[in-house]
Design a protein around this ligand. Structure first.
Ligand code: NAP
Length: 497
């Protein structure tokens, strides 16, 4: 059980005082929303620098609390600070403000046109919930926090119970950055407590949006609470997926089967399979090449040893989910790895002879299901029947006319199902950039219109306001004629850079 503590307005307290954190955030919003692009970008860069200044204790705590290897956690620190700096650059460039100006046309017939100017404004205080499997990059100073702060929203983080010390150390680094930037203390608060603390945070009337990364059960519970408030608020919940991989016949025929199988098992077992992008479901052609792939995958997984999972509860849930998969009708075990200890259960791959195998929600961990298919026309209805997913992967030979034709048919079906389509690779590993989509239709996320990774994530915490015939002297800087921030703007329908 996590001890309830708070870091509110820069001071640590022994209680999870959600109300105080939300009050401080609401008060800080009035000032923080008016910061200039440079002030906000400088602040984000200072957060990154303060995290780096405490890198050693943060890494030590995260390794201890998560059981993840030091190299992985070190990489995650870099990803976290990189995200903060990316959002600093985004804020300086300012295109997230989406400025549009339709100048007045006083002589237009039959009616004159008023002067209308639009820009994005921050929503207000945002509640952030991180995930256990990314104690840094999807947690206290992760993508949700970075994008909300970049948008101009104060943030209240509900610390994750699986890494309370890591969360607290990162929270202290952010608080130092708030102080150095001379911002109101309520720009960032951190509360540690149980599920009721999180629920209270979502219900607090001062919270205007939620960014969540975690399980489907948690995300849906939070989305329901948010929808039932007297004033409902948007929830960007990034949840789980089974990330289908479709291997096309040409790719399989020409593949180095051992290399392909090893790469599959490598992606499946990476980080003990504790990735929302884990390739949980594969569609493989029936026939000898597919059989050979499964023999190779079986051998590769048999050599794999379970790695310590994040918590005993997650390890237990994996064991139970993996056993359920083994017991499904028409399922055969392709290979099982070795137990790596009490909380390090064995990875497994199973094959299903039933195309309609009822696999829906993820088994969080290294559990792969391979479904065989005879022809694409059998596969397409199965893909159309899938729930929304974060990713879909296609293995296709670009020089094989048959594969190219099949892929052409597959793509529109996959576009309707997923947020990211990748070819000839594996879905684990999400690049942080401007074109990335880490999202997807429900229930992969609660809102498919955006992403939780990459610079587009800032749009989740903004809304447009139009200013009609507002005198120049009263207009916000972003929409003034003089364009003091040098923004790219759409003026009378044409982009002006
Ligand atoms: P989790 O159990 O859902 O916890 C996430 C956070 O939500 C924690 O702070 C948790 O704290 C809180 N929470 C859970 N249920 C709640 C409820 N009913 N009301 C209020 N708060 C609640 O998820 P996790 O175990 O940390 O993460 C693993 C899952 O995240 C996996 O399913 C994985 O696939 C997914 N994931 C998704 C992404 C993505 O981008 N889509 C990325 C990484 C991980 P309390 O336990 O204290 O309530």
């Amino acid at each position: 059980m996590t001890e309830a503590t708070s870091i509110i307005a820069g001071t640590e307290q022994p209680t999870a005082d959600v109300a105080a954190a939300c009050a401080a955030a609401a008060e800080a919003f009035a000032t923080y929303r008016t910061t200039t692009p440079d002030q906000r970008a400088d602040f984000l860069e200072t957060v990154a620098a303060e995290i780096e200044a405490d890198k050693e204790p943060i890494i030590e705590a995260a390794v201890r609390e998560s059981g993840l290897p030091e190299a992985r956690i070190t990489g995650e620190v870099g990803r976290t600070t990189g995200q903060l700096r990316m959002f600093a650059r985004v804020v300086r460039q300012g295109d997230h403000l989406g400025v549009r100006i339709d100048p007045a046309m006083p002589d237009r017939e039959p009616l004159p046109r008023p002067d209308i100017r639009q820009r994005m404004v921050p929503l207000g205080p945002v509640a952030v919930f991180g995930a256990s499997n990314f104690p840094l990059a999807f947690s206290t100073a992760g993508g949700d926090t970075a994008s909300a702060l970049a948008a101009g929203c104060p943030v209240v983080v509900k610390g994750h119970p699986a890494h309370p010390v890591t969360g607290t150390l990162v929270a202290r680094a952010i608080v130092r950055a708030v102080e150095q930037a001379g911002l109101p203390a309520g720009v960032f608060s951190f509360v540690l407590g149980g599920t009721e603390t999180g629920q209270e945070l979502v219900r607090d009337p001062r919270i205007t949006a939620v960014g969540f990364t975690g399980s489907r059960r948690g995300g849906l519970a939070i989305a329901q609470t948010a929808a039932e408030r007297p004033v409902p608020i948007p929830v960007s919940a990034e949840m789980s997926a089974i990330n289908p991989v479709v291997v096309l016949p040409g790719a399989l025929e020409r593949a180095d089967i051992d290399a392909l199988a090893t790469a599959y098992v490598g992606s499946l077992t990476l980080g003990a399979g504790q990735f929302c992008t884990n390739p949980g479901l594969m569609f493989l052609p029936a026939g000898e090449a597919g059989d050979a792939f499964l023999r190779a995958a079986g051998a590769a997984v048999a050599e794999a040893t379970g790695q310590q999972m994040l918590t005993p509860e997650i390890a237990e849930a994996y064991r139970s989910g993996a056993a359920t998969l083994r017991e499904l009708d028409g399922v055969r075990v392709v290979g099982q790895g070795n137990e790596g200890g009490e909380n390090a259960p064995a990875p497994q791959v199973v094959e299903s002879s039933v195309l309609e195998v009822p696999v829906t929600d993820e088994v969080f961990g290294s559990a792969g299901v391979v479904v065989r298919y005879d022809a694409l026309e059998d596969l397409l209805p199965r893909l159309r029947g899938l729930e929304g997913q974060l990713t879909a992967t296609v293995h296709a030979d670009a020089d094989d006319d048959g594969d190219v034709e099949l892929a052409r048919e597959l793509l529109p079906v996959l576009e309707e199902k997923v947020g990211r389509i990748l070819f000839n690779g594996w879905p684990t590993g999400v690049e942080v950039g401007h074109a990335m989509v880490h999202g997807g239709p429900y229930p992969a996320t609660s809102d498919a219109r955006t992403t939780s990774v990459g610079s587009l994530a800032i749009e989740r915490f903004q809304r447009p306001v139009a200013y009609q015939d507002v005198p120049e002297a009263l207009l916000p800087d972003a929409v003034r004629d003089a364009n003091p921030w040098g923004l790219t703007r759409r003026v009378d329908g044409t982009l002006e850079t």
